[in-house]
Design a protein around this ligand. Sequence first.
Ligand code: G3P
Length: 218
Amino acid sequence: MRIFVDTANIDEIRDAAKLGVVSGVTTNPSLMAKEQGKDFQSTIEEIADIVRGPVSAEVVALTAEGMIKEARAIAAWSPYVVVKIPITKAGLQATSVLSREGVKTNLTLCFSPNQALLSALAGATYVSPFVGRLDDAGHDGMQVVAESVAILKSYDFGTQVIAASIRHPLHCVAAAKAGAHIATVPYKVLMQMIEHPLTDVGIQRFVADWEKTGARIP
Ligand code: G3P
């Protein structure tokens, strides 16, 4: 499973990219709104320059025509751009047109395996089931990831499943076990994935014991 970082914050992306474990970025209008005063296009271009991998940028139009127009404009910003499109009738219409033009798409706000199947049939590059929001509503979000992965694999669709709306490190473990191609994780969760108290304790002990040896690494 690959890891994308789910943020539009440049400092977070720069820091995450240094780890060498992040291969893409996803944004959405709510994440953009947190970056007050930042221009959408230049932010996406800057992110693409840092990560040099897929960067999802979302359309806001609600009609197919509007989505197609916005998607074509967004896709021209960088070869790394993936246009995020909500799964609606208009979204599927737009995706089927855009996929034929070679525009990469990430079908977002996916809450059911049927929506994932339709996204794949429309030619989506990625589909993003929202795990945390399903869990919040009393459903099993990860089951939608697992079922979507199983369906798309059964029929050899090229569409990749991005486990999105990830809220905590255990979601990442579950997404990997469910066969998600990618998990897109908030910066905070990425940092939590690194940490373990026994790692910290272990380092302290090794450092203390090393001091006792009096040895030095040249
Ligand atoms: O990638 C989608 C994600 O940003 C949604 O997360 O936490 O707003 O449900 P959340």
